[in-house]
Design a protein around this ligand. Structure first.
Ligand code: BGC
Length: 855
C-alpha cells in the first residue's frame, strides 16, 4: 500500500522551509508565549499567538474524532456527517475504504474549521468486554495498523492532521485514568505498539495522543521510555504528542515524558506552572523549546504558521466527496453476513429465493420488528459521537425501497433501554432553554430540539460560563396517549422538576464516578411517574438546573443534562406477542436487535455480552412464528446470540453511520452485497471468551497475563470450545473457490524498514456463485495453532464465473519476533508456513517456503 501523501509540496524543500519558519518563530517568542503554545486555550483549541506578526501562529482547532468530525460544538445544531463506526471500517478489510474515510474526515474538518482530527483509535480488541470496542478496528494488530495507516494517509492528504490514539494499551475503560497495564515487552511490541509503529513509520502522522493509563508503572503522558525512546527515538516520530483530555497530571513529569501539548485548557499543568519551573531552574528553557518546536511544526503543517508552506496546499482534496453517498457505500461494504440458510436455500437477498407462501416467488409481506429498526444506533456513545443532519432508519429505508405491492409491517417489541430517550416533539414536548445569571436574571434563550442540553466550550447567546448560574428547560407537554407517563432527570448537580402543578423532584444528583467523561456520558438518572390523559390541555413542564460551580466532572465549559420521557408502557409479553403474530402472517420476518447507549459506550466496560432487555426472547418467538427470519444485529462489538442456529439469516451492521438504513435496504433487497468480514472473533457463550479481564486488581494493575494471545490466537491457545464465528468470517452473496497460491521470496532490504516486503504472494480465486461479488483474501503465517497470525490481506472483485488474482505482500515484521532479553527483533526461524483462506479457520491453500530474512 502506498501511504505517502501525494502532494509534491510535502517535499524535502517544503520540509526545510517549514523547519526554518519554525526556528524563526521560536526565536521571536518569549518564554510565556512559547509555553502558551503547549496548552489548550480552551476545550478544543490552541493559540492564537502573535497574530499579525511575521511569526504569527493561528488558532489551531482540534476535533473528535473517529466516526465523524464534531467540531467545537457538542450539539445537533452543528451537524456532521456520521460515518460507520471504526469496527465497521475494520470489517471492510479495505485500505481504500479506510483512505476514503480519512479523506471524508479531512473534508469535514475543513468545512468545520478544524485542523486536527482526534482519530484513528488504534487500540486493540483485547476483549469484547471493553466498552469502547466499537471505536477500534480489530483484534489483530496488522489489520488495525494497515487500516489505521490508510486513514491517516487520507486525512493528511486532505491537509488535516491525524491523531492516532490512545498511545498505548488503552484497551478497556474501567479506571482508565489510573489503571496500570502490566505487559511484557514482547506483548507490547508484537501487539499493542504494532499499529502505532506501522502508522508512524509509513505515514508520518503530525499529531499523536498519549493515553490516560499507565504502562508498567508510568502514566503515558509521562512515559519517557515509550514516548521519547520508542516512539521518537526508534520509530522517528516527528509530530507533536498531545495528552488525552485532562490526562496531563504533572508539569515536570509531562516535560520529561515528552508531552508537547496538554489539553484541554485554559488551566493545564503547563502555563504558569511551567513558566515558574523554568524561572526556578527546574526545567531548562531549551527543553521548552523542544516541545514548542513540535507544536509549531504541527501549526506549520496545517497552514497556521506565518511564513511556512502547509504540507498540503489548498484546495486539498482532488474532488469533493459526496458525504451521504460515501457513507452509504462504506456501510454496505462493512456489513457481515454470518449465516444465510433456509431449507437449504439462501434467504437473503429478500425476494430472490421465493417463498412457499407466495407462489409466484416474491416476498409480498415483510414483518419488521425490534426497536433498532426505527431507532437505530448509528454511532457509539462518547467522544466519537457526532450529530448528523439526518439519520435514515432501516424501517423507513426498507419501506421506501420495496417494490409497489410489498407491505412492510412494524412492531417495535419491548424497549431494551434503561435510560429514557430525551423528551421530543414527537412525544408531545415543546421546550426552550433559558440561561440565567448568578443573580437569576435571564441572559439568553435557546430553542431546543429535544430535552437534551449539552453545551461544551460555548453557550447560546454568547453567555460566558463564569456568568452562568442556572439553566431552565421550560415548555409544555401535550400527552399523545392516556396512562402513566415517565419523566426522567439525568445529569449532575441540583435539579427541580415540575410538571402540571406538581414538584416531582428537588434535590442534588451526584456523579457516580471520578471519570470526568463518565459524569456527562453516564450521568445518574431519576425517573418519575405522571398520570395524564390524551386530549387534555397541555401541561406546563419545567426542569431547573443549578450548574455545578466546578463544572461537570471538574470539566469547565460544560453544561450537560437531560429531561427524558417514556410513553405509557405496554407489557413486554404483549409487545413480543404482537411481533410474533405479525411475523406469522408475513412471508418473512426481519428482527432488529442491538446494544444500547447504556450497555456499550465510552467510559464504562460491559458487564455482559448478552443483548439487553428481552431481545433474545423477541428473536426466539419471531423465529418460532416464521422460519424465514432474518436477524440484523446493530452493535459495535460482539453480543451473544443464543438463537443463532434457529434463524434463517444473520447480518451484522455494526454502528453503520447516518446512511445505515439505506445501506441495509440495499443489502436486504440485494442492490448491494454485504461485503464485510469479521475483524474480531465472536463467542458463543461468555464463559468461552479467552480474555475477559478489564477490572484492575486491588493495586490498580491490569496484567495482560495472556501475553500475545488475544483474539483468534487466544481461542487457539485456550483450545477450548469453538467460537460462534471466527475472525475473518463473512459470507457475502456469492461463493469462491481458491485455485492457486504462488509465493516469491524477495531480497531483504538493507534499510531495516520492518514494513518492506520479504515475500510476494499471488492468490487466484474464482467466483463460482450466482452474482458478481467481493472477496477478502486472507494470508496467515505460521504453523496451525496459536502462533498462526494474519500476515496480509486484499480485497478483490469478480463477476459471476470470473477469476481474479489477489496480490499480497508479506512485510518483514510479520516474520519477526521480539526478544525481550536482548531488546531486539529476531527473524522467526524458517521455513515459513503460508495459509490462505476465507477466515482464520477456513484455510483453502497452504505452502511452505524458506524466506531470505536479515539476521
Ligand atoms: C477520549 C479521547 C477524546 C477526548 C476528547 C477523551 O475522553 O478518550 O479519545 O479524543 O476525550 O473528546
Amino acid at each position: 500500500m502506498d501511504c505517502a501523501p501525494r502532494h509534491a509540496a510535502d517535499s524535502r524543500d517544503a520540509d526545510l522551509q517549514r523547519a526554518a519558519a519554525v526556528e524563526a518563530a521560536l526565536a521571536a517568542l518569549d518564554l510565556p508565549t512559547k509555553v502558551a503554545l503547549l496548552g489548550g486555550a480552551d476545550m478544543w483549541s490552541v493559540g492564537p499567538v502573535g497574530a499579525g506578526s511575521a511569526t504569527g501562529f493561528g488558532r489551531l482547532v482540534l476535533s473528535d474524532g473517529p466516526a465523524g468530525v464534531r467540531g467545537e460544538n457538542w450539539t445537533p445544531e452543528d451537524p456532521s456527517i456520521a460515518l460507520p463506526s471504526p469496527t465497521a471500517i475494520g470489517a471492510t478489510w479495505d485500505t481504500e475504504a479506510a483512505r476514503t474515510v480519512g479523506l471524508l474526515l479531512a473534508q469535514e474538518a475543513r468545512r468545520k474549521g478544524a485542523h486536527a482530527v482526534l482519530a484513528p483509535t488504534v487500540n486493540l480488541h483485547r476483549t469484547p468486554y471493553a466498552g469502547r470496542h466499537f471505536e477500534a478496528y480489530s483484534e489483530d494488530p496488522q489489520l488495525t495498523g494497515v487500516l489505521g495507516a490508510a486513514l491517516v494517509a487520507g486525512l493528511q492528504q486532505g491537509g488535516v492532521a491525524a491523531t492516532p490514539k490512545h498511545y498505548v494499551a488503552n484497551d478497556a475503560e474501567t479506571d482508565r485514568f489510573s489503571v496500570d497495564v502490566r505487559a511484557d515487552g514482547r506483548t507490547l511490541r508484537e501487539l499493542y505498539l504494532e499499529p502505532f509503529e506501522r502508522i508512524v513509520r509509513s505515514t508520518r502522522p503530525w499529531l499523536l495522543m498519549a493515553a490516560y493509563n499507565s504502562v508498567n508503572g508510568v502514566t503515558m503522558s509521562e512515559h519517557d521510555v515509550l514516548n521519547n525512546g520508542v516512539l521518537r527515538g526508534e520509530w522517528g516520530f516527528d509530530g507533536a504528542l498531545v495528552s488525552d483530555w485532562t490526562g496531563a497530571r504533572s508539569t515536570l513529569g509531562c516535560v520529561r515524558g515528552g508531552l508537547d501539548l496538554a489539553m484541554p485548557g485554559p488551566d493545564t499543568v503547563y502555563g504558569e506552572h511551567l513558566v515558574a519551573a523554568v524561572r526556578e531552574g527546574r526545567v531548562a528553557e531549551k527543553t521548552v523549546d523542544v516541545l514548542a518546536r513540535r507544536v509549531l511544526l504541527l501549526a506549520a503543517r496545517v497552514g497556521l504558521l506565518d511564513g511556512a508552506p502547509p504540507a498540503v496546499p489548498g484546495p486539498a482534496l482532488p474532488a469533493p466527496l459526496d458525504g451521504p453517498a460515501t457513507v452509504r457505500d462504506l456501510a454496505a461494504r462493512s456489513f457481515v453476513l454470518l449465516r444465510n440458510e433456509y431449507a437449504g436455500n439462501a434467504v437473503l437477498p429478500l425476494g430472490t429465493g421465493g417463498s412457499a407462501e407466495s407462489p409466484d416467488g416474491a416476498v409480498r409481506r415483510i414483518a419488521v420488528s425490534g426497536l433498532h429498526a426505527s431507532a437505530p444506533r448509528f454511532g457509539g456513545g462518547g467522544s466519537s459521537q457526532v450529530f448528523p443532519e439526518q439519520v435514515s432508519t432501516p424501517l423507513d429505508a426498507l419501506r421506501a425501497a420495496v417494490p409497489a405491492g410489498t407491505e412492510v409491517t412494524y412492531e417495535p417489541g419491548p424497549d431494551p433501554r434503561s435510560r429514557l430517550a430525551p423528551a421530543s416533539d414527537a412525544d408531545g414536548f415543546r421546550l426552550t432553554a433559558v440561561l440565567h445569571g448568578l443573580d437569576d436574571a435571564e441572559l439568553a434563550r435557546a430553542e431546543q430540539r429535544d430535552g437534551s442540553v449539552r453545551w461544551m466550550g460555548s453557550l447560546p447567546g454568547g453567555v460566558s460560563f463564569a456568568d452562568l448560574g442556572r439553566v431552565e428547560l421550560v415548555g409544555e407537554f401535550t400527552p399523545r396517549e392516556s396512562g402513566t407517563h415517565r419523566l426522567a432527570v439525568r445529569g449532575v448537580g441540583h435539579f427541580r422538576l415540575e410538571a402540571g402543578n406538581r414538584v416531582l423532584y428537588d434535590a442534588e444528583l451526584q456523579a457516580e464516578s471520578e471519570d470526568p467523561a463518565a459524569a456527562f456520558l453516564h450521568p445518574p438518572q431519576r425517573t418519575f411517574m405522571l398520570d395524564a390523559e390524551a386530549e387534555q390541555a397541555p401541561l406546563p413542564v419545567r426542569l431547573l438546573h443549578s450548574v455545578p460551580a466546578h463544572g461537570v466532572g471538574g470539566l469547565f465549559g460544560l453544561v450537560s443534562f437531560e429531561l427524558g420521557y417514556g410513553a405509557p408502557a405496554v407489557s413486554e409479553e404483549e409487545l413480543i406477542e404482537r411481533a410474533a403474530r405479525t411475523a406469522a402472517e408475513a412471508d418473512c420476518a426481519v428482527v432488529f436487535v442491538g446494544t444500547t447507549d447504556e450497555t456499550e459506550s465510552e467510559g464504562v466496560d460491559r458487564e455482559t455480552l448478552a443483548l439487553p432487555g428481552s431481545q433474545d426472547e423477541l428473536v426466539a418467538r419471531v423465529a418460532h412464528a416464521n422460519p424465514r427470519t432474518v436477524v440484523v444485529v446493530n452493535a459495535g462489538a460482539p453480543v451473544l446470540m443464543p438463537w443463532r442456529e434457529d434463524v434463517a439469516a444473520l447480518l451484522l451492521c455494526w454502528f453503520p453511520g447516518e446512511a445505515g438504513g439505506e445501506a441495509l435496504a440495499d443489502v436486504l433487497l440485494g442492490a448491494a452485497e454485504p461485503g464485510g468480514r469479521l475483524p474480531t472473533t465472536w463467542p458463543d457463550a461468555e464463559d468461552d471468551v479467552p480474555v475477559r479481564q478489564v477490572v484492575p486488581d486491588s493495586d490498580g494493575q491490569l496484567p495482560y497475563a495472556e501475553g500475545p494471545y488475544i483474539g483468534y490466537r487466544a481461542w487457539r491457545h485456550a483450545a477450548g470450545p469453538e467460537p460462534a464465528y471466527w475472525f475473518g468470517h463473512g459470507l457475502g452473496y456469492t461463493r469462491w473457490e481458491y485455485e492457486s497460491l504462488n509465493i516469491t521470496a524477495l531480497e531483504a532490504a538493507a534499510d531495516g524498514d520492518p514494513y518492506r516486503p520479504v515475500a510476494r504472494t499471488t492468490v487466484r480465486v474464482r467466483n463460482i456463485g450466482p452474482r458478481a461479488g467481493r472477496e477478502v483474501v486472507q494470508l496467515y503465517l505460521g504453523p496451525e495453532g496459536p502462533d498462526r497470525r494474519l500476515a496480509s490481506f486484499a480485497v478483490v472483485e469478480a463477476p459471476a464465473g470470473g477469476a481474479v488474482e489477489a496480490h499480497l505482500q508479506v512485510p518483514l515484521r510479520v516474520v519477526q519476533t521480539w526478544d525481550d532479553t536482548h531488546l531486539t527483533w529476531h527473524p522467526c526461524p524458517g521455513p515459513q508456513h503460508f495459509a490462505v483462506g476465507r477466515s482464520a479457520a477456513d484455510i483453502r491453500l497452504t505452502a511452505e517456503l524458506e524466506l531470505k530474512l536479515p539476521a
